[in-house]
Design a protein. Structure first.
Length: 174
């Protein structure tokens, strides 16, 4: 068994209700794209996002076909970096540097930039060899102000002590 096969065989480790609502509202009913996904009782929409977006599509994804992921360009006016990587739903994402035979295409659309349909985009965007991860790390570095330490586990200063050591009991539950 390869590392990717082991990862893929692992259970979701989400509570049933969370998993069911996630699948129903985000995939089946597409509420986020429709502006009907509710958080804290209020609907949110992708058009509300006004910060840079890094979106990833994979060439042979059977769950989220890349042209469907590419529709983020129609749903947000924010700056969008879009990468299309070789591979499928899992292998395209878990595409670490040094993995042989990986390629990707990457472009950046400025705030309120012009739309290109997905096929025109794919034909016009150069193919790069290797993993898309270093390009993502560069994108993160350009938009980051520097290293920020993670918050204290459990936020004890707010009365929320840590419940236990990482990674947490739920990981070990069957």
């Amino acid at each position: 068994m390869t590392d990717l096969m082991a990862w893929n065989a692992d259970a979701t480790r989400m509570p049933y209700r969370m998993h069911a609502e996630y699948l129903r509202h985000l995939f089946i009913e597409n509420d986020l794209a429709e502006g009907q996904y509710r958080v804290g009782g209020r609907p949110i929409a992708l058009t509300d996002i006004d910060i840079p977006i890094f979106a990833v599509g994979t060439q042979t994804d059977h769950v989220a076909p890349w042209r469907s992921v590419y529709k983020i360009h129609l749903l947000s006016e924010a700056p969008i970096s879009f990468v299309l990587t070789s591979g499928g739903h899992n292998a395209g994402i878990v595409s670490e540097p040094g993995h042989p035979h990986r390629t990707y295409q990457l472009s950046h659309r400025a705030h309120d930039g012009h739309y290109l349909d997905p096929d025109t985009w794919a034909a016009a965007t150069p193919i790069s060899q290797g993993s898309w991860w270093p390009a993502w790390i560069d994108w993160l570095a350009r938009l980051s102000s520097g290293e920020t330490p993670p918050p204290a586990l459990g936020a004890p200063e707010k009365g929320y002590p840590a419940l236990g050591d990482a990674p947490g009991r739920y990981v070990l539950a069957s």
